[in-house]
Design a protein around this ligand. Structure first.
Ligand code: PRX
Length: 632
């Protein structure tokens, strides 16, 4: 098993070695996994062509590392604790033995249907153990999973299926989120009207919802596993064989299918899970993310299972049946490590302390934060009221593209500092560059965050579009990985992430491209142009502000705004709906016609005195008009 860093000296030594001899460093760690054949080369390639590879020549299967190798010692240990949406429904405890059997059985079922190594499989599921079983089964037979978060619309599912050329779909009839039913299968059916590539759609019956099945295409999960054996020999994968695709938003165009491969991702998420959370055997770990996002992939499923941990999955929402639910779940299962997002902390804080009254929370040892900068007030509230001032808070910075955490304290081992993600993990060398791309070498610095060398968990490409991968991450600053984030560094080398420096918004921890929302709004027949910016929002971190210009001024403004919201929900999903819509006569533009989002950003932040010189714009009068409107 992997050795855990247990002192600050060990961290410092590991860090030094990881930077001076990265290949040796990662090889020693990789030795702790189950390989069918060892690698022949630890690392090759670089950032110029983004052709870096880790553990080349190695052969393995990640699910043997998540499951099979634990069975002898941990077979009866609980792998997944599942808490349903409704507290009166029966919970589930699935041991490593049981999870292994279920994964083997479903792997056999997939193979029987004809799913082969290299096929792409789209998953659109509720937060139930079958989602984990389905993803692990894909990995076991060498199929590439492409999970779509359950909040996305039919259109978004269809776009992702078409882009990834998925031939198989796995879904469920639906689920409840709080009191609200979510009819997943209906949404999938609408998506599949546009996707002729899907051969079969497997449907898990979660909720007994009425669920028409299309003959020849739709199959019940319970039927496909019938007569399938509970043993299955895992397919042999090369280290660099694809493991999964996960779509994420960028500044331009449609979301990108970020591709992660097998061995490097495995080594990196296992190592970071163990060290950042300081997981100890027998502890109960709970990450509140949805598996549809990268946090769920790496730190609900792969990271914990690779370490033989017990991972809790919760199907519901924090406010059902009341705002005390999360705290009840922590007390019910005696959760030791709790990992959530600042937006959730702020929502809970806004409820006051009543929801915590009578809850013990005494099992907690480590608190984590992810997804967006955590503001000081939220940090302090979390520290005092949930951690009772005895739990370290790890502020973990990373991205879909990084596979795992890159900057974070190690819980209780390296120092924490409110609002700072703090120090880089071993293997990670952050650099700060100015807008010209020059590295700022002084310790105290502020600028754009890049990473100097590759690490095993780094994404390898954008699915079927390597040119876009290079363009997005390795061209702005040649020979460096550009994160898209701004940051500050203090005198002790701690990093504080200040937010995106590109046209990507972070709304309740969800990453949304301004261009995606703009394209959706443009679908409204009377809209002729629009611009979207993020603005500070007390709970969500950032809200979405849409400035919309119409061919004719809508007569009924309220229903026009509702139509705009409906279009965004339909094309992307409800979580991308603008918080504010302002109808304007035009958008501020340069003489060459470029929309000045920077000005709109300042206006939406209420910083009217910081819009700068507008005299050189094509239409300065528009800025005056918009400012007047917003002021009012
Ligand atoms: O801006 C950073 C922010 O979330 C972005 C990555 O989003 P995504 O790929 O959806 O992954 C989210 C979960 C890892 C980053 O570019 N972000 C993530 N974690 C933090 C953060 N910003 C500040 N502090 C963090 N701890």
């Amino acid at each position: 098993m992997l050795k855990q860093i247990s002192s600050i000296e060990e961290y410092t030594n590991s860090y030094k070695m990881s930077i001076s001899q990265p290949e040796n460093f990662w090889a020693v760690i990789a030795e702790n996994f189950l390989w069918k054949k060892k690698w022949t080369q630890i690392f090759s390639g670089g950032f110029e062509k983004a052709d870096y590879k880790w553990f080349e020549g190695g052969k393995l299967n990640i699910t043997e590392n998540c499951l099979d190798r634990h069975l002898e010692l941990l077979g009866n240990k609980t792998a997944i604790l599942w808490e349903p949406n409704n507290p009166s429904e029966q919970n589930r405890k699935i041991s490593y033995n049981e999870l292994h059997e279920e994964v083997c059985q479903f792997s056999n079922a997939l193979e029987k249907l004809g799913v082969k190594k290299g096929d792409t499989v789209c998953l659109y599921m509720p937060m139930i153990p079958e989602l984990t079983i389905a993803m692990l089964s894909c990995a076991r037979i060498g199929a590439i999973h492409s999970i779509v978060f359950g909040g996305f619309s039919a259109q978004s599912i269809a776009d992702r299926i078409l882009d990834a050329e998925c031939m198989w779909m796995i879904t469920a009839d639906g689920c409840y989120r709080g009191n609200k039913p979510l009819y997943l299968k209906k949404i999938v059916d609408e998506a599949l009207e546009k996707c002729q590539s899907i051969k079969k759609s497997i449907v898990f019956n979660r909720s007994n919802f009425e669920c028409p099945m299309k003959e020849g295409r739709d199959l019940w999960w319970s039927d496909v596993i019938k007569n399938c054996s509970k043993t299955h020999e895992a397919i042999t994968m090369d280290s660099e064989d694809p493991l999964f695709i996960l779509y994420t938003s960028g500044s331009t165009g449609k979301p990108k299918g970020v591709l992660h491969t097998t061995a490097g991702y495995m080594v990196y998420v296992a190592y970071t899970f163990l060290n950042v959370f300081q997981y100890k055997p027998e502890q109960i770990y709970w990450c509140t993310a949805d598996i549809g996002w990268v946090t769920g992939h790496s730190y609900i499923v792969y990271g914990p299972l690779l370490n033989g941990a017990t991972t809790l999955m919760y199907e519901g929402i924090p406010q059902f049946p009341d705002w005390g639910r999360w705290w009840d779940v922590i007390d019910k299962y005696k959760v030791n490590i709790f990992y959530t997002a600042p937006t959730a902390i702020r929502s809970l804080e806004a409820q006051g302390l009543k929801s915590i009254e009578g809850k013990s929370l005494s099992s907690l040892k480590v608190l984590g934060s992810v997804g967006e900068p955590i503001n000081k007030e939220a940090w302090e509230w979390y520290h005092k009221n949930i951690g009772k001032e005895k739990c370290p808070i790890i502020d973990t910075w990373w991205q879909t593209e990084t596979g795992g955490i890159l900057i974070s304290s190690l819980a209780g081992i390296t120092p924490e500092k409110a609002t700072y993600a703090t120090l880089p993990l071993p293997g990670i060398e952050p650099i700060i560059v100015d807008v010209e791309g020059a590295e700022i070498k002084e310790m105290i610095a502020e600028g754009n965050l890049c990473i100097r060398q590759s690490w095993p968990g780094q994404a390898r490409t954008v699915y079927k579009n390597h040119a876009r991968f290079i363009q997005t991450y390795f061209t702005t600053y040649p020979n460096k990985y550009f994160t898209g984030d701004g940051c500050k560094r203090d005198n002790d080398g701690n990093y504080r992430i200040t937010g995106r420096v590109d046209d990507v918004m972070n709304v309740s921890g969800h990453r949304i491209g301004t261009a995606e929302v703009e394209n959706a709004i443009n679908e409204h027949p009377v809209v002729y142009e629009n611009a979207v910016v993020g603005f500070p929002h007390a709970i969500k971190g950032q809200g979405i502000f849409a400035f919309v210009a119409c061919q004719t001024h809508p007569k009924d403004i309220l229903s026009f705004k509702q139509e705009v919201l409906d279009i965004v929900s339909k094309i992307i999903g409800p979580f991308a709906k603008p918080d504010r819509i302002e109808i304007v006569s035009g958008l501020p533009k340069t003489r060459s016609g470029k929309i000045m989002r920077r000005i709109l950003r300042k206006i939406s932040e209420g910083e009217f005195d910081k819009v700068g010189d507008i005299s050189t714009l094509l239409n300065p009068e528009v800025v005056e008009e918009i400012m007047k409107k917003i002021r009012n």
